[in-house]
Design a protein around this ligand. Structure first.
Ligand code: AMP
Ligand code: MG
Length: 316
């Protein structure tokens, strides 16, 4: 854990290297002892979730995946059980664009790594089509309390499109539980404002071409999540492929290069941002509507911006 001094006198910061990124917590207007205790508990929480939800290193999620692949049922953790329930709902609501059961396809494309860009050749059509044919879906999972079983051994859970949303929600709960009123969690550009206290936070949405697309002034608990062609991509023979796959084809998407979703629920914001990238130029508006997304900014491969702002989730 790295703790830095705040830019302003009243801001205190902590940083943790988890989920393949840096998670930064900023607390304002709180005394040092309270803040130190909140940082300690939040750090422990994030480390635990990092291990528990890791998509390819040993931990609870990998134990679950091994059991499902072998056709066995297994007792999992409350966090994973909640992510399964939320994932089932969001797969349905996104018309299949968001599907955390496609971990085998993510792995096949080489995205279970921390080394980017990937320079391995892409998988063969035969390998990819075998996964399309196997149709792994969250619907295949049956949850009885904490016990999970799968009707389909091709299901491999990868919550990378949802875990940060879960983690920032839990981090904010921990911080607020220490009596801190003004705090923000920034998970590598995906932000949850826990509370604004006396003044607003400024949250920037980056421009995929560099710089800032727009800056939001946020005065209440709100999540701002962005998905897209960031540094996580593969490059082979001059062609780039994204780390976001269309579950229907098990292949990388290319129509939408970045989607930002603003919503009170960080799990929805996280999954919906991924889903809008998958849904593509023709379908992102209808998928956003079905997911109940009231605010989004979408950047197409042609550089064109699309927006939804129905006024329901204002920042104040
Ligand atoms: P995010 O950065 O939140 O958009 O999540 C992207 C990550 O989620 C990828 O690196 C994959 O591990 C996983 N993923 C890729 N495609 C999908 C998809 N269609 N639905 C759910 N998760 C996905
Ligand atoms: Mg996501």
């Amino acid at each position: 854990m790295l703790v830095g001094c705040g830019s302003g006198e009243r801001a205190q910061r902590a940083e943790y290297a988890v989920f393949g990124t840096r998670v930064e917590i900023v607390v304002r207007d709180a005394d040092a002892a309270k803040t130190a205790a909140a940082f300690r508990d939040t750090g422990a929480l994030l480390q635990r979730l990092h291990r528990e939800l890791h998509p390819w290193e040993d931990g609870d999620l990998m134990a679950l995946n091994a059991a499902l692949a072998a056709g066995r049922s297994i007792r999992t953790t409350p966090a994973i059980a909640e992510l399964i329930r939320v994932g089932q709902r969001l797969e349905r609501a996104s018309e299949g664009a968001f599907n955390p059961a496609i971990g085998r396809a993510v792995s096949l494309w080489g995205f279970h790594t921390s080394d980017y860009p990937i320079t391995e050749p892409p998988p063969s059509d035969a390998e990819i089509d075998a996964l399309v044919f196997a149709r792994p879906s969250m619907r295949d999972l049956e949850l009885d309390g904490l016990r999970v079983a799968s009707a389909n051994p091709a299901v491999r859970l990868d919550f990378s499109g949802l875990a940060k949303g879960y983690a920032v929600r839990e981090a904010c709960r921990t911080i607020l539980g220490h009596g801190i009123e003004s705090a923000l969690v920034n998970a590598g550009g995906d932000v949850l404002v826990c509370g604004a206290g006396s003044g607003p936070w400024r949250v920037a949405i980056r421009d995929p071409g560099g710089g800032v697309l727009e800056t939001l002034t946020v005065e209440r608990p709100l999540a701002v999540f962005t998905s897209g062609n960031d540094y996580r991509y593969g490059e082979f023979d001059g062609a780039r492929y994204a780390h976001i796959l269309d579950p229907a084809t098990a292949r990388p998407v290319d129509e939408v290069i970045q989607a930002t979703v603003v919503a009170p629920d960080p799990l929805l914001a996280d999954a919906a941002a991924t889903a809008l990238v998958v849904a593509g130029s023709g379908r992102w508006r209808s998928v956003a509507a079905r997911l109940g997304v009231a605010r989004a900014v979408v950047v197409g491969a042609d550089g064109k911006l699309g927006r939804i702002d129905d006024g329901a989730h204002g920042t104040r």
